[in-house]
Design a protein around this ligand. Structure first.
Ligand SMILES: [Zn+2]
Ligand SMILES: [Zn+2]
Length: 328
C-alpha cells in the first residue's frame, strides 16, 4: 500500500548521523523495539532480498514446513525459526562494510539461518580446508546468540575488496560448492537439485528464441541465484522486471536467426522469463553505468512491500507474494 511504501522510503532515505559512543555498549534494553516493515505478511508470502543500504526484519513467523515442499526442501528438516530479539552488530574491520551488510542479510534469511542453526552441515562436513558453509554457520550462530557487537572474523580470510553484490554472489557460490556430496560437480543438474543454497535461493531462467514466421521456439534453461536488473529505463522494481522479461527483436529485426523448422534465416524474438521462481528471491539493481563502472545511477527505484512474480514467470506458477525482507 501507499503508506507501507512511504514507510520504506522514509526508512531508506533517512539520514543517519554517527556520533562517538560515550559509554561501553551493554546490549539493548528490554524495551528495545523492532518495527516490522510488513506486519501483514502471511505464510503465503515468500521472501525477497534486494541488494542495493539498510535492512529490515523478516516476520517472526513459525513455519510448519509444508510450504517448503514445493521448493524441494527436505521435509524432515524443520525450517521454522523465530528471531526473538535483535542480534549482534558487526565491527567494521576496515572496508568490510560490504561484507557486513551481506552477512547481516544472510543471518536473517529464515530458511538459511534455520538450516545452519540445526547444525546438520557441520556435523557431516567433509570439506578439506576452508569451508564457506561451516564459516557462515559459525558466524550466524555467534550473531544470533550475542546482543553486542561481534567481529565477522569467520569470513574475513582471503577477502578481496568487492562490492556487496559481488561478495554475495561469490559467497553463495562457495557455500553451494561446500554443501554438495563429494564427487558431484558443482555445475551439474544434480548439484542444483541437491544444493541447499539452490534450494533456498535458486531459480531457473528460460531463454527463448521464437521464429516470427512459424512460431517455432527453442528454449534454453539456466539456474540462477539472483537476478541482475537494469534500472536506467525503470523507476520501479515492477518495471525493471518487465524490461528484463520483455521480448526483443534479435539483431534489430535483421533475418539472422536460422530457424530449425523453416530451414532458413528469419526474424526472431528473444525473451527471458523466470521459469522456476526461487523460495528466497535476491535481486540486484545495477546502479552503475555499463560504459563507466565508476559512475553511479542515482535514482529512486520504487518497490512495494510485496511482489507477485506472475507477469514474469513462464513455468507453472500459482500466484503468491514475495514479501520484502531485506535491502542493502
Ligand atoms: Zn563445512
Ligand atoms: Zn520458423
Amino acid at each position: 500500500t501507499q503508506t507501507e511504501t512511504q514507510k520504506q522510503h522514509d526508512l531508506i532515505q533517512r539520514k543517519i548521523v554517527f556520533i562517538p559512543n560515550t559509554k561501553p555498549f551493554k546490549g539493548f534494553s528490554n524495551d528495545f523495539h523492532i518495527e516490522t516493515l510488513n506486519p501483514t505478511t502471511t505464510s503465503e508470502q515468500r521472501q525477497l532480498v534486494c541488494v542495493n543500504g539498510s535492512t529490515s526484519h523478516p516476520p517472526p513467523k513459525k513455519h510448519d514446513g509444508s510450504e517448503f515442499s514445493e521448493f524441494g526442501f527436505d521435509p524432515e528438516l524443520n525450517f521454522g525459526i523465530t528471531f526473538r530479539r535483535i542480534g549482534a552488530g558487526l565491527w567494521n574491520l576496515g572496508n568490510t562494510c560490504f561484507l557486513n551488510s551481506v552477512l547481516q542479510c544472510l543471518t536473517y534469511t529464515a530458511p538459511l539461518a534455520a538450516y545452519l542453526q540445526s547444525g546438520k552441515h557441520k556435523s557431516s562436513c567433509r570439506v578439506a580446508g576452508f569451508c564457506a558453509l561451516c564459516a557462515i554457520q559459525n558466524h550466524v550462530s555467534r550473531a544470533l546468540q550475542s546482543t553486542g557487537i561481534i567481529s565477522p572474523k569467520d569470513l574475513v580470510g582471503n577477502l578481496r575488496q568487492e562490492d556487496a553484490h559481488e561478495y554475495m554472489v561469490n559467497l553463495l557460490e562457495s557455500m553451494h560448492k561446500c554443501c554438495l556430496p563429494s564427487g558431484v560437480p558443482s555445475e551439474s543438474p544434480g548439484a542444483f537439485e541437491k544444493s541447499l543454497v539452490h534450494k533456498i535461493f535458486g531459480g531457473r531462467l528460460r531463454s527463448q528464441v521464437k521464429c516470427s514466421q512459424c512460431s517455432f521456439s527453442s528454449n534454453k534453461f539456466d539456474p540462477f541465484l539472483d537476478l541482475s536488473l537494469e534500472i536506467l529505463k525503470a523507476n520501479s522494481l515492477q518495471k525493471a522486471l518487465a524490461n528484463f522479461t520483455a521480448s526483443e527483436l534479435l539483431d534489430g529485426g535483421e533475418k539472422q536467426y536460422h530457424c530449425q523448422r523453416c530451414k532458413q534465416k528469419v526474424q526472431a524474438l528473444k525473451q527471458l522469463t523466470i521459469h522456476k521462481a526461487p523460495y528466497v528471491l535476491a535481486i540486484h539493481l545495477k546502479r552503475f553505468y555499463a560504459y563507466d563502472p565508476h559512475k553511479k545511477i542515482k535514482k529512486n527505484v520504487e518497490f512495494d512491500s510485496a511482489l507477485d512474480l506472475k507477469p514474469f514467470v513462464s513455468g507453472s506458477y500459482v500466484s503468491k507474494q514475495w514479501s520484502f525482507f531485506s535491502y542493502m
